[in-house]
Every structure is written in structure tokens, then in C-alpha cells.
Ligand binder design. Structure first.
Ligand code: PAF
Length: 300
């Protein structure tokens, strides 16, 4: 990848020479064998890993920035994982633009980008893992996207075994996914610390997502209602019982083409509780046309 060459700059205001930035070269690898060669060069450094499906936005870049604060080397993977799409059209339409992604990653000074050259490159080495999830995979996304988490668990386990990072970063927008990945690490990858990072939002509060690229201007206006509904629920959380809040706020989703769920759940086991002092989050999912959006908010 060609990077703009460093040019010495005189800072006229201070009459000093700006320090040259360390020469930087992002490595892009497509095979596990080339990734291993790169990893060997950094064997005594801490590795932070940000797995993605590409079509990168500021949400991904903020995960990368968290990774850079915590680790010496940052690896990003780009792989649109077919096994986690329960809807073939969603997979077919999932936005992808490697050139754009690599430009963004290079600007962020990511060290290594892993773009598996084929599905087989990732899945050939698969050994099935058993994970105890105590039902956190059965509600909300698990109920509405049958098989989705099975695919996420498969690919994240494979990526963890291939990359072997010390830290792995995931966004709280996919909060249920984050909890499931924490469970995978706790049971099978004890040396990996899974770090949840706050949801990045646009100026209107819409949670950033690669699928937002598929929304037209009118759809985007509609999509902003998701965070408005969540915030409204938060403001009433202490005044009403959760069953009433779930029912009333689900009603507010009727303007979406397909309202899927509005649920209030405890933050670590995702069970329903009524005690207002127990930490809870509200979760929302709805479709605008064919585009499925999710979001969630901390309530207390
Ligand atoms: O959140 C995502 O982008 C994907 O589910 C992940 C974790 C990269 C696995 O494919």
C-alpha cells in the first residue's frame, strides 16, 4: 500500500523542525500463513484485535482507537461472514468496499489488516466448540435471527484462534453479541480480554452501522426514532413497571415497516427483572424496508 512520504515541515510559529513521524507501513495479508509471519515479527508485543465485516465507519474507527490505547500492535480483520446471515438477501446486499476500508485503516495507522482470501481460508481449520450461554443467545436477536449467533460464535472462535490477541474490541451497539463473545473468551480463550466500547452515534443520535449506508434520506429520519424511543423510555424508567414500558414503547415502533422487539433486560444475563435498582438496558430492533436496525441504551 502506497503511503504519502513524510516531508520535513518547518513550524514557523515556533521556529522548530517538526519531528519526523516514525515510518509506518500497514501490512495487508490474505492468508493465515502470511498473518503468522507478521505475528512472529511482533511476538513480544501486545496485540489488540478489531474483527469487522468491512464497510468501515467511525464506529469501527473508534474501536481501533480504543485498541491503540490498550495495545502495541493493532490487527483489523475484514470478513463478511456468510454463516451469520439468516437472510440470504441481507448477505447479498451487505455493503463492501475494500479500497475505502484500506484507506481508512491506513489513515488510522493500523498495523495489520487480515482480509481472508476465501471463506475456506477461515473455516478449513474449524473444530466445533461447545459454549454454555445460559440462554443469552436465545432472546431478542437470537429469537428474531435464527442461527445468527451460531455463525458469530463460529467465526469469532476461529478468528480468536488464528489471531491470538491479548485484547479484542467490540461495540456495545451489538450488546447481546458482546455478552456472547465475552462468554466464548471466558470458556475457551482465557488469555483474551474482550473489551466492550461505547456505541458511536451520528449528530442526530443514530447508532453508526454499515447498514445505514443502505438507508435513503427519509429512512434515515425514521431511523433516528430508535434512539428517541430508547431515551424516552430511559426518562420514564423509574416511574412505570417494565412490562408497561415494553408494551407502550413497542407500540411506538408501529411506524417502522417491521417492528421486531422492544425489551428491557438485566445487563449480564439478559433476563427480565422488575427491581429498578438492578442494572438494566432497553433493546430495540425494527426494519425500515428491508434494512434491519438495532440499538440499546443503559437505563440506570
Ligand atoms: O459485529 C460484527 O461486525 C460481526 O458480527 C463480527 C463480530 C465481526 C463477526 O463477523
Amino acid at each position: 500500500m502506497k503511503l504519502q512520504k513524510y516531508k520535513k515541515k518547518i513550524d514557523k510559529t515556533k521556529n522548530t523542525v517538526a519531528l519526523p513521524r516514525i515510518r509506518y507501513k500497514m501490512k495487508v495479508v490474505e492468508t493465515i500463513s502470511n498473518l503468522n509471519t507478521e505475528l512472529l515479527k511482533h511476538s513480544n508485543k501486545s496485540i489488540g484485535f478489531v474483527p469487522t465485516m468491512g464497510s468501515l465507519h467511525d464506529g469501527h474507527l473508534s474501536l481501533i482507537n480504543y485498541a491503540q490505547l490498550k495495545s502495541e500492535i493493532v490487527i483489523v480483520s475484514i470478513f463478511v461472514n456468510p454463516t451469520q446471515f439468516n437472510d440470504p438477501n441481507d448477505f447479498k446486499n451487505y455493503p463492501s468496499n475494500h479500497k475505502n476500508d484500506l484507506d481508512k485503516l491506513s489513515n488510522e495507522k493500523v498495523d495489520i489488516v487480515f482480509i481472508p482470501k476465501s471463506v475456506n481460508e477461515i473455516y478449513a481449520s474449524e473444530k466445533p466448540l461447545k459454549i454454555r450461554l445460559d440462554g443469552i443467545d436465545k432472546v431478542m436477536e437470537g429469537k428474531h435471527r435464527k442461527g445468527h449467533f451460531d455463525g458469530v460464535i463460529r467465526v469469532v472462535s476461529l478468528l480468536f484462534s488464528i489471531v491470538r490477541p491479548q485484547f479484542a474490541f467490540f461495540g456495545e451497539k451489538d450488546y447481546q453479541q458482546l455478552l456472547i463473545i465475552k462468554s466464548i473468551a471466558k470458556e475457551h480463550f482465557k488469555s483474551i480480554e474482550v473489551i466492550g466500547c461505547p456505541t458511536k452515534r451520528d449528530k442526530n443520535g443514530l447508532a453508526l452501522s454499515s447498514r445505514n449506508l443502505l438507508l435513503n434520506e427519509d429512512d434515515q429520519k425514521k431511523a433516528i426514532n430508535l434512539i428517541k424511543i430508547l431515551k424516552h423510555c430511559k426518562s420514564l424508567f423509574n416511574n412505570y413497571d417494565n412490562t408497561k414500558l415494553e408494551k407502550d414503547f413497542f407500540e411506538k415502533l408501529k411506524d417502522f415497516s417491521i417492528p421486531e422487539y422492544f425489551e428491557i433486560r438485566e445487563i449480564s444475563c439478559l433476563k427480565r427483572v422488575e427491581d429498578k435498582t438492578t442494572k438494566q438496558r432497553a433493546f430495540i430492533a425494527a426494519k425500515i424496508g428491508n434494512i434491519r436496525l438495532i440499538d440499546n441504551i443503559e437505563l440506570n
